[in-house]
Write a protein that binds this ligand. Structure first.
Ligand code: ATP
Length: 397
């Protein structure tokens, strides 16, 4: 049963193939370590005996294949042990993907043909565990020495960079259970809004740009092509959301579709993909441990909010027929507290198809002196003079 516990050191013994599900307390962190046996957090093995500190509100599970003893120090919102998990089916998927990676690698080194490594897309409703499954598949692959590419198309709760972006990054090591996805060299495209319905065409264009860039990278890198990719998607699976899933499956040349926890979506996809024999549609069970997050929590998680009525348009713009035209932005007070992307574009015509170097946050605007003050991750000149504005604002909490 779920329990709230006081801040004392305690031990939890886990039987084989069971997990300890934890929600860290709301305002204090939790320390945890592996005392004996072996255990992993979303695919990444815990080091023996070393204390790890988890921040407030984090929700995660410590799973063991063969049994383990875990020590906890600190208070939790909930912690309970579960022995029914879908982990065996998830690791079976991993084994199949691993076989395909080996075949792809072998075929490219004997020069016979160029077999594609697995290109996996994880789909399902919100809170079905898509990000978590993506993470496990990536970490298990990295543990075996592969460097699969993680692609995050979720502009609401993306885990690579800011919301409002789509991004990709190679995963070279199992993902750190506390730090998350490493941020060294992500490829980022700035969409600028947290829902695709603001500008579906732009979203599709950026997805296509990202896929073409990855395709060029794979062409020159046998290892990463064989390792393949894992794509995480949004939880929006109806109407335009469903169309966008089909668009992504097509654009990235997906060969494995993993459907989490939705019979209907699975049969729809099987039906629409039935004349593509290279695409496998696999239904997987959702974990009972996936925690539903309400709207408030999601907003808090992104620490960003969407500006209300004009949110669908760049500042100062009026609706017009072409949703992907560029509109110059006037310098005015509306820019205050906005998050702007710094484009790699050299010319304005390149802005739409360029990925971004990073972000700045506008902290002050002095119209009279024509001066904008901003926060940037590093001092010095920005790598480009082109800044892109969407509807992302950041309110310090
Ligand atoms: P969204 O569509 O909103 O992006 P999602 O389908 O990607 O959601 P996840 O982010 O994977 O869902 O999971 C939701 C939450 O549940 C996360 O905080 C995650 O850490 C947590 N979670 C997932 N699996 C477990 C588990 N087995 N035990 C405890 N917590 C879990």
């Amino acid at each position: 049963a779920a329990s709230s516990s006081a801040s004392t050191v305690r031990q939890v013994k886990l039987d084989r193939e069971s997990e300890l599900r934890i929600e860290v307390g709301y305002d204090s962190s939790l320390r945890l370590r592996l005392l004996n046996g072996t255990a992993e957090i979303f695919g990444t093995e815990l080091p023996p005996e070393i204390w790890l500190t988890f921040p407030p509100r984090l929700k995660f599970a410590v799973f063991t294949w063969y049994g383990a003893t875990i020590e906890l120090d600190g208070s939790t919102e909930t912690d309970y042990t579960a022995d029914e998990t879908p982990m065996i089916s998830y690791v079976n998927v991993h084994a199949i993907l691993d076989g395909r990676r080996n075949r792809a690698k072998a075929s490219s080194s004997d020069g016979s043909s160029t077999v594609q490594g697995p290109r996996v897309i994880v789909v399902g409703p919100t809170d079905s565990g898509k990000s978590t499954l993506s993470r496990m598949l990536l970490s298990w692959a990295a543990k075996q020495g592969w460097k699969p590419t993680f692609v995050d198309l979720d502009i609401g709760q993306g885990s690579i960079t800011l919301p409002g972006c789509i991004a990709a990054t190679p995963i070279e090591m199992p993902i750190d259970p506390v730090e998350g996805i490493p941020l060294e060299m992500p490829l980022v495209y700035f969409y600028g809004h947290t829902t695709p319905s603001n500008n579906v065409e732009l979203y599709k264009i950026l997805v296509r740009e990202l896929s073409q860039l990855l395709e060029r990278q794979f062409a020159g890198n046998i290892e990463s092509r064989a390792a393949g990719m894992v794509i995480n998607t949004m939880g929006w699976i109806e109407g335009i959301g469903y169309e966008l899933l089909l668009h992504a499956i097509d654009t990235f040349n997906i060969n494995v579709v993993l459907v989490l926890g939705q019979e209907k979506l699975c049969s729809m996809l099987r039906d629409v993909l039935k004349n593509k024999p290279d695409v496998d549609v696999v239904k997987l069970q959702r974990s009972g441990g996936v925690v539903s997050r309400n709207v408030k929590y999601r907003q808090k998680a992104r620490s960003l909010r969407i500006r209300a009525p004009r949110s669908a348009l760049p500042i100062g713009a009026e609706p017009a027929a072409d949703p992907t035209r560029l509109v110059p932005v006037n310098i005015n007070q509306d820019l205050l507290h906005l998050v702007l992307a710094v484009s790699f574009a050299k010319e304005p015509e390149e802005i739409l198809s360029s990925n971004v170097a990073g972000f700045i946050y506008i902290t002050d605007i002095d119209i009279q002196r024509k001066k904008i003050t901003y926060l940037a991750p590093a001092a010095g000149d920005l790598p480009s003079k082109y800044l892109i504005v969407g509807t992302l604002t950041w309110i310090e909490t």
